[in-house]
Design a protein around this ligand. Sequence first.
Ligand code: ATP
Length: 284
Amino acid sequence: MRRAQGTLAPVRLGGGGTNARFLPFAVSAADSILQVRDVAVHFGGIVALDGISFDVPRNSILGLIGPNGAGKTTLFNCLSCLYVPTRGDILFDRRSILGTSSHRMAALGIGRTFQNLALFHRMSVLENVLVGAQTRGRSDFVSNALRLPWMRREEKMLEDKAWGLLEYLKLTEVAHLPTGALPFGTQKRVELARALASEPKLLLLDEPAGGLNHEEVEELGQLFRKIRAEKNLTVLLVEHHMSLVMSISEHVVVLNFGRKIFEGPPAEVRRHPEVIEAYLGTGH
Ligand code: ATP
């Protein structure tokens, strides 16, 4: 078993059941791009996730929320193959992704962005986006060394694709600037462009609104809706920014203390007593 990042690796403790306390919404497995099945993660004696199950409908936007320590990041890391669950399974396009190494995710069709950005700061914006595009290329060490004709054609194709994405995300003017010198909000768009360059079917967004001002968050919401529609994508976002989650998600999954306490449309989340209690505590 690969070791999890962090202080403790998950250990197999066994036992436990599925969490029955939720409001299911009707999504048949056939319409789902991602199926999370009874996923548990234990860090030593800490149960970070305890039997989480839900489906992500194809071409939808699903918001994953919950108070601090609820288990969102742990689940996200399982979906990105950075952690191996102690129990359960995760199916992408009906195939288990457990055991897949995280650097193979893009080739499978899963793109992700990171909470604290994971860009090459000294590289230009264009170069960063090309890194994402190259995960779709066929070249390897030998073909690189030989500079085969098909490789030059592929390079040109990937570069055209990168420029297309820069234009799409309004980054053309900063294409040749070092990424680290750009404002935070622009860097977030660069990261999005890089994730899109690998042409994912499923885009995992880790707190995309973190560090952005009100106006930028509004723009981001519109951008996600546009991307989902125009690029035929499914989006799963972990986010603390409630108004963003509620305005763009069709489905919301709420975690608390490693368990799923709610699953359903955004309109019902705010009214659900267990969600209100999780966020406000008892007595409110
Ligand atoms: P936040 O919103 O604060 O980022 P979260 O919902 O993402 O919280 P997680 O970071 O997934 O929650 O943490 C879930 C639980 O697992 C917490 O109790 C946390 O302390 C614990 N935990 C997470 N990672 C580790 C680790 N590597 N080693 C030990 N415990 C961990």
